[in-house]
Design a protein around this ligand. Structure first.
Ligand code: SF4
Length: 347
């Protein structure tokens, strides 16, 4: 694992890869604010001859991360407001998220939580009982998302302690795990880990492939290990400018994913998080791209296009071409955090 700018420069020297002094200085400067981390697996995928390599752009710091932009903030989703007890977010009626770790195998430069994830903190064992008490009292919660950070980067015994805790609550039906380890460190998806997850069914795993170059043999094998234990796999891509904001790249990505039995589930528009503005691709572009995918791909290979339209009022909402008002070119969205069908608005 490469864990800071100096380690990156040393690794490049070993491989006889030259970066100009200006670029090195920028990487070191950004690393001070948004710490660099790259897994060995992901590092090996970088094409150093391609200036626009989609792997490079997702893992190597860019000077644009230090720019300030209007409308951007550290926590545009206002998640802190929904943290009912430490580490437990309850925003949507029947679902709660346990944010158990701020550790990841890689620091993705576009990460929505880049202002917290890069501090490496981990919820300790004492943080579980209050979260369990809250879920027991709120019997409407039937789905627990264990996320972070990357829960699959936790020590197995700690992860199992969390999963077993939530599984012991009769009103909890499904346990979902959000992880990018399949993509960034597939060797971490060991048989031992998969055997443990299988003991707590129904367990679902959602991951984040953003580009076909990430669908490697190692990642496919990691998926296969999970699938063999009966764990369904879904993918939540992020629509990233210059990386996958075109129909050809996403057609290839989703074709490859259904080929390894990973269902494309969501395609997210980037949230307005400080340090990520250069990845933002407009949702009007995304709507057109998804329309093309509908024509080119089987229905189950086309993800829902999702935007966090208005953190407090709407939460995550789906946008579709046929919800656009022709006169204004605005989209009708139906908020995901209320069942009141009269609550609708336009973006
Ligand atoms: S693995 Fe996920 S949480 Fe971790 S840095 Fe990447 S996008 Fe963020």
């Amino acid at each position: 694992m490469i864990d800071n700018a100096d380690q990156l420069f040393a690794r490049l020297e070993e491989k006889n890869i030259r970066l100009d002094a200006g670029k090195k200085e920028t990487i070191a400067r950004v690393d001070e604010k948004y710490r660099l981390r790259i897994s060995d697996h992901y590092f090996a995928l970088i094409d150093w001859d391609d200036e626009d390599c989609p792997i490079y752009r997702q893992c190597i710091p860019d000077g644009k991360e230090l720019e300030k932009h209007k409308g951007y903030s550290e926590d545009p989703l206002n998640e802190g407001q929904y943290e009912k007890v430490p580490f437990l977010i309850h925003k949507y009626h029947s679902r709660a998220a346990f944010m158990c770790s701020n550790f990841c195998y890689m620091h993705c430069r576009h990460c929505t939580r880049k202002n917290t994830v890069m501090n490496n903190s981990i919820a300790d064992r004492d943080s579980l009982p209050p979260a369990l008490d809250y879920v027991r009292e709120h019997t409407e919660i039937n789905d627990i998302l264990i996320t972070g950070g990357d829960p699959l980067a936790l020590p197995y015994d700690l992860l199992e302690y969390y999963i077993a805790g939530f599984r012991s609550i009769p009103t909890v039906n499904t346990i979902r795990i959000g992880t990018r380890a399949i993509v960034t460190e597939p060797s971490s998806i060991t048989d031992e880990l998969c055997d443990m997850l299988e003991r707590y069914h129904p367990v679902w795993v959602f991951t984040q492939f953003n580009h076909p170059k990430e669908v490697t043999k190692e990642a496919a094998e990691a998926c296969d290990r999970l699938l063999k234990r009966g764990i369904p796999l879904g993918n939540q891509s992020v629509f990233l400018k210059g990386i996958n904001d075109d129909p050809d790249t996403l057609e290839k990505l989703y074709t490859d994913l259904i080929g390894i039995r990973v269902r494309p589930y969501y395609l997210y528009i980037c949230d307005r998080v400080d340090g990520t503005a250069h990845f933002y691709a407009d949702y009007h572009v995304a709507v057109d791209v998804v329309e093309k995918l509908r024509y080119r791909l089987p229905g189950y290979a086309v993800p829902k296009l999702i935007i966090d339209a208005d953190g407090d009022n709407g939460g995550k909402v789906t946008i579709e071409k046929n919800h656009m008002l022709r006169e204004t070119e605005k989209y009708l969205v139906l908020p995901g955090n209320t069942e009141d069908s009269t609550t609708k608005y336009y973006i």
